[in-house]
Design a protein around this ligand. Sequence first.
Ligand SMILES: C[S@@+](CC[C@H](N)C(=O)[O-])C[C@H]1O[C@@H](n2cnc3c(N)ncnc32)[C@H](O)[C@@H]1O
Length: 260
Amino acid sequence: MNWKEVDKGWGDQARVWATVMEPRWWPEFDALLRATEVGDATDYLDIACGSGLMINMAARRGSKSHGLDASDRLLAIAKRRTPDADIRHGDMNSLPWSDATFDVVTSCRGIWGPNQQAVHEAARVLRPGGCLGLSFFAAGREASQIGKAFKAIRRISEHEVEWSTQLGEIGLEGRAEEMCQLAGLTPEPRQGVEFDLEGADLDHEVRAWMSAGPAWMAIQERGAEEVERSIREEFADLEEIDFGIRTRVLIEFVVARKPS
Ligand SMILES: C[S@@+](CC[C@H](N)C(=O)[O-])C[C@H]1O[C@@H](n2cnc3c(N)ncnc32)[C@H](O)[C@@H]1O
């Protein structure tokens, strides 16, 4: 999909994504900000920042925050949340900043499998000595229940089967590290963060996943009702009377440094 069309899917449910889905990933954002040592006066960029919770958390740590995403409607929320940040609409494969602008660049599940060009761009805008923090779903880990969401969508959408297999490649052993090395960065050992995505009940869970880009693609193919039904069926067995739906997620990330 051309980056100019990304907003059709990712922006369609922007308010729901920002309020129901995005906050559930805060342990990942926190882990990455700590691992990359974002703090006072850090020149910081988040690539594929979505509705910008990560940027907001970085700004609260004192950083000079910047963000980029292809979805105008998600960005409108990001700008409203952190008005002082420099937040731009654009393509991660061609960043609108000069070489060596940032101390830290991150992307949380924003740069996926085959997208080497985006890693090259991230490396280009880093200062020597600066670092890139890249997070992604751990591939093939049994402890992670996140596969349920992809399964719910994949089993009814031809397009998503092909697309998500390619995109998920970055989680394979050594793949993210290799992408960083190809861009001239030196990766540190891979780290992980485990947490539960919390949903009040099945309705909440369905609403959260229906706001994600991949669901939108499936909705175009099969209609909202069928996608909703599939998500509901897949998550039903995770419901606990006193705790709602808790989905165990394992996120892995690599911090890779640009040589001084
Ligand atoms: C899985 S979401 C992650 C959003 C955010 N990092 C978070 O954790 O909430 C993927 C994001 O990538 C953005 N995106 C997709 N293709 C893009 C591109 N070519 N350039 C910039 N952003 C893009 C989407 O608009 C969406 O916000």
